[in-house]
Design a protein around this ligand. Sequence first.
Ligand code: CTP
Length: 406
Amino acid sequence: MINSKHVLLIVAGGIAAYKALDLIRLLRQNYMDVKCVLTQSGSEFITPLSIQTLSQNEVYQDLFSLTQNHKIEHIFLTREADLIVVYPATANLIAKTALGLADDLASTLLLAVPSSTPIIIAPAMNVEMWENSTTQNHIQTLKKKNILIAGPDKGIMACEEYGYGRLIQPKTIMCLINKTLFPMQPLKGKKALVTAGPTYEPIDPIRFIGNYSSGRQGYAIAESLHKAGAEVTLVSGPVHLPSPENINLIKVTTAQEMLQACFTNLPVNIAVMTAAVSDWRIKNVAQQKIKKEKNALPPVLEMDFNPDILACIAQNSNERPDLVIGFAAETQNHLKYAEDKRKNKKCDWIVVNDVKPDTNIMGGTENEVTIISSSGMEHLKKAGKKEISHLLTLKIIKFFATINKG
Ligand code: CTP
């Protein structure tokens, strides 16, 4: 596990408990190790098996059992955790935590948490229960202990009443978890430009030349740089991916549009060019759909070179970014070809991947890359594109830490 942040998730009862499964998935996607405690009432709504499958860890339910290594569970779990999250938290568990009652595993470990370990509690209950002065007094007690109360949201509840009491969404608490665990944003103040996806070069109003790039690697890098604090502009060719939040997304179609969007957004500190830019475009794009003439040969398409965006940015002496990173997609001799590209285009690093069709990398969700720089090569073993992005971001952070020292 790259990040090696350990999150202890307590899932209490309530109709919203199913959302905890989504949160576990998000935590795992953010490279966190998740251990879960399921309360008796929580197990009425979701099963330990679902949690175990998603978290890939044992589920803890019993106060009087020891871990596999014969450690006392409620002590061991709290000592190992970087963060404790209660999602959802019932009025009952909130009351027990405020009063210091410890009659099951969840409440006991909430009492045993070292004061330096942050706790986030996300309440979910009926509006009257939430607004009841007893609950509100307990919430004040927890806030005084520096426990973060996340939510609840306002809306229609399962009981069809309206008001505050709905569990906050998994994505919202995930942002809060990231902010709590990573308060330092090492790339804060830095601007980044990322290109992603394919470009489509029109032949006529309905046909184009394109490629299989999904844009996933570029989008993941943009998100990872954003999480590290950078202000990110993502120039994207046509892809089928959701727009990332808090990132300046500019959608383009052709290589020439991509070049223009990139230059409009200079200067930046970091440029990461993952796009699979079409090397050629059609010289004379037909204004009307090209018809197939009976007994005639297929049309011969005359092509022109597209600009090399990476080379233009790396060799732009006025506003050259501090760090220019190219990607290379190769089906053979990938290390040699990539090193040649790095030198010819004059970028600082080139991230090369072997995109032979049987690797399923182009268009797929995983990648296996080698990062080549003037000081050598670093191979990253096959992993999800998000995990690869995270490792690349760590390398970028190290680069800026070094030049800032120098
Ligand atoms: N690139 C670019 N503009 C182009 C072509 C490529 O910015 N017109 C960038 C890509 O975004 C990538 C790097 O150059 O960062 C290498 O792209 P790749 O397609 O692997 O190589 P090409 O330069 O196109 O060379 P070839 O097709 O011969 O492998």
